[in-house]
Design a protein around this ligand. Structure first.
Ligand code: FAD
Length: 277
């Protein structure tokens, strides 16, 4: 099946994109890498859309240092994140995550902003943003605003971006000396979305653990984080399994996903302990 007839306009900058969106009578959809949106349009999940192509807005691409943070433009492609030296040094969780995302062709087009705005509960970057304590930057008709990653993911494919708002980028704190960041997941085949996955960050102030593909949104597993801070891995596994309520679907049962979460936590801790040695 192919997408229904609709409109297309290429935005030259963010104000232009906002203007096109405001004039689209509710039919506007921002087009970034198109790797999720075009598939959805081809399946006719919506019809008569007006595509507002933001993919060539140069200001929204790239990675730079901003004091003790890295600022990542929303249009930065997955593949560029995977090979960027600043990311590898200061936010290695994101480099590590890229190898789990789809296939090379999709990673060459898909953007981090698109992945965050799309808010697939099985996607890696939303969970990374949570574990890192990222701040997301948005721009709309009334100005710019910052949104904590913890406030961004509202429901399946739903975020707290307002109607027409553009995600312009995100800031992640640079890893401190001795910080360790890992992602672990299980997928049926390489490149598939995860059956379940998690991101674990160990900082001097404590652990941050986010879990994805275990509920409608990625979430911080606070009970497990507290148990990890107390040095009790068995209690952390138990707490993690208790605080998630994973769905059953054609890929896996909820109870299998809950079991996997504990297995993945043990693997992640083994990896970060290995890094300490
Ligand atoms: C076969 C296949 C396998 C995949 N496997 C995985 C996987 O394992 N893990 C994973 O994480 N992803 C996976 N993806 C999705 C891929 O990572 C997408 O690239 C990503 O989810 C969306 O990014 P995009 O730039 O392509 O966004 P688009 O498809 O262009 O847009 C997606 C949605 O976000 C909105 N949007 C995009 N950018 C912005 C912005 N800056 N501001 C506001 N709204 C915006 C669009 O309007 C649209 O609603 C897969 C995709 C395919 C086709």
């Amino acid at each position: 099946m192919k997408a229904s007839a609709g409109g297309y306009a290429r935005a030259v900058d963010v104000p232009h994109a906002l203007e096109l969106m405001a004039g689209s009578a509710g039919a506007g959809r921002y087009l970034a890498g198109g790797q999720s949106l075009v598939a959805a349009l081809n399946m006719r999940l919506s019809e008569g859309d007006m595509l507002i192509d933001i993919s060539r807005i140069a200001d929204l691409s790239g990675i730079r240092e901003d004091g003790d943070h890295l600022r990542i433009g929303a249009l930065t492609r997955h593949a560029d994140i995977g090979r960027d030296a600043l990311i590898r040094t200061h936010a290695p969780l994101l480099s590590d995550a890229v190898r789990h995302i789809a296939h090379a062709a999709i990673r060459n087009r898909g953007t981090i902003g698109g992945a965050l705005a799309h808010a697939d509960p099985a996607a890696e970057f939303p969970a990374c943003a949570l574990a890192l304590g990222a701040t997301l930057h948005a721009q709309g008709g009334t100005g710019t605003r910052d949104i904590a990653a913890e406030e961004f993911f509202e429901d399946v494919f739903t975020t707290t971006l307002a109607e027409g708002e553009i995600l312009t980028g995100l800031s992640v704190p640079k890893a401190e000396a001795g910080e360790v960041q890992v992602i672990e997941e299980v997928a049926r085949r390489s490149g598939d979305y995860a059956l379940t996955g998690l991101c674990l960050v160990r900082r001097a102030a404590g652990h941050r653990l986010s879990i994805f593909s275990a509920g409608p949104v990625p979430m911080l597993a606070r009970g497990a984080m507290a148990a990890l801070d107390a040095g009790d891995l068995d209690a952390a596994v138990e707490a993690l399994r208790a605080e998630i309520d994973p769905p059953s679907d054609t890929q896996a049962s909820g109870s299998y996903r809950r079991h996997l979460a504990g297995v993945l936590l043990r693997r992640a801790v083994k990896r970060i302990e290995g890094d300490r040695a």
